[in-house]
Design a protein around this ligand. Structure first.
Ligand SMILES: C[S@@+](CC[C@H](N)C(=O)[O-])C[C@H]1O[C@@H](n2cnc3c(N)ncnc32)[C@H](O)[C@@H]1O
Length: 295
């Protein structure tokens, strides 16, 4: 079958199943299957695909037609300039979380490109202890370990299946020797014996009652446990602030991501603990990251 005919068939199927931008989506999946960019596909409509690839493409299109996210279908997702394995046990890393990774590296004394925000830095040290609460795919833990040789990271998640994905990603970037994986419930059974210089977290932060209003691709496919956080979505920020003095060395920092309307509330939660706080906005101008330093 030629890719021209196959594309026509796929676009119609996606359109009939109310997938937004069906031409783009059909082209993206096809370019993944044949390992060439989209311009190649449109320039070579007569290219003939073997039966095995046609079958694989049709199965991908069926899944996309059910609104399964592209990243779960291909099993990977770009994050910053890295690529992470993902499956349905982990949240698909989001663009706004890249700002959290960059903020963490800045705090650790690195200077990520294009990051020129005013947040404090940690006192200089030969080795930094970092905790990532709710590591999921490991996108934060692995990026931090990859770009900061002096970071030793504890990556914690309640889900053993998520930890398996994070571990695989640490192997992909050869940082498994500087990441210690912990399966624990941060809210109930994580008892740290050591302190940290830096705690990062993109915790679940969506109020339970808002979950039904999320897009199908999110609420039907991404893990509920990665999204929902009680009545007001703030439970993890309270837990982090309550435990800040046992978690952090003096002058240690907590840097978190929060929901589109939570920035001021999260800032207050940490300020109430006498922590010095800074809010950073994401590219859409949303107050997305709160950095809080222990005095
Ligand atoms: C929003 S996801 C963030 C994943 C990843 N850090 C990222 O930024 O893409 C939140 C993660 O917290 C984990 N989680 C949920 N409840 C938890 C708990 N009580 N203790 C530890 N981890 C938890 C979920 O399994 C999920 O992997």
């Amino acid at each position: 079958m030629t890719i021209g005919n196959l594309l026509k068939e796929a676009i119609k199927y996606l359109k009939d199943n109310n997938v937004e931008d069906p031409s783009f989506e059909a082209g993206l999946l096809l370019s993944h299957i044949i390992g060439k960019d989209q311009s190649y596909i449109y320039a070579h409509p007569d290219y003939v695909l073997n039966d095995q690839s046609v079958e694989k493409y049709r199965s991908y299109i069926k899944r996309r037609g059910r609104h399964e996210p592209f990243s779960y279908i291909i099993g990977e997702c770009g994050f910053w300039d890295l690529t992470f394995f993902v499956d349905r046990h982990v949240l698909i890393p989001r663009e706004e979380t890249e700002l959290l990774a960059q903020s963490a590296l800045w705090a650790l004394g690195k200077s990520p490109a294009y990051f020129n925000r005013s947040i404090p830095r940690l006192p200089e040290k030969e080795a930094y202890r970092v905790l990532d609460v709710g590591t999921g795919s490991g996108c934060l833990a692995v990026s931090i370990a990859k770009y900061c040789d002096s970071a030793f990271v504890d990556a914690l998640d309640i889900s053993g299946d998520a930890i398996a994905v994070a571990r695989k990603n640490s192997g992909r970037y050869n940082v498994e020797n500087r990441i210690n994986f912990i399966i624990a419930d941060f809210l109930n059974n994580f008892h740290n014996t050591e302190k940290y210089d830096l705690v990062v977290s993109n915790p679940p932060y969506i109020p339970e009652n808002d979950i039904p209003f999320l897009a199908d691709s999110v609420k039907k496919y991404e893990p509920h446990i990665a999204l929902a956080a009680g009545k007001d979505g703030l439970v993890f920020y309270h837990a982090l602030a309550d435990r800040s003095s046992s978690l952090l060395f003096d002058h240690g920092m907590i840097i978190v991501e929060c929901g589109f309307d939570q920035g001021q509330k999260v800032k207050e939660i940490f300020s109430e603990r006498d922590m010095e706080t800074v809010i950073l906005k994401d590219l859409a101008g949303i107050e997305r990251i709160v950095a809080a330093r222990r005095q």
